[in-house]
Design a protein around this ligand. Structure first.
Ligand code: ZN
Length: 86
């Protein structure tokens, strides 16, 4: 079974997380006599911002690529990115 490179815990699944920016709640406001009358809250999704796969034990971010997540869960080695020769 693969192990997390950070906490070394054996990992049989990952957490896939997506984040969205600028999510908002809104509600209607009407004037009722002298008072403001608020309607129910509505939720509005923000724009997609980021996605990644993380370790379910330590929460560290491991990959953003689906391909790497598959390879990791299969127990295949993940090659490090080749260094760019300057
Ligand atoms: Zn971990």
């Amino acid at each position: 079974m693969p192990t997390c490179p950070y906490c070394k815990h054996e990992v049989d699944h990952l957490i896939y997380r997506e984040t969205f920016g600028y999510s908002e709640l809104y509600r209607t406001v009407r004037l009722n006599g002298d008072n403001l009358e608020f309607g129910e809250w509505h939720f509005e999704d923000g724009d997609f911002a980021d996605r990644w796969y993380e370790c379910p034990y330590c929460g560290r971010r491991l990959f953003s690529s689906e391909e790497y997540a598959k390879r990791f869960l299969r127990g295949e080695p993940i090659e490090e990115r080749r260094r760019v020769e300057v």
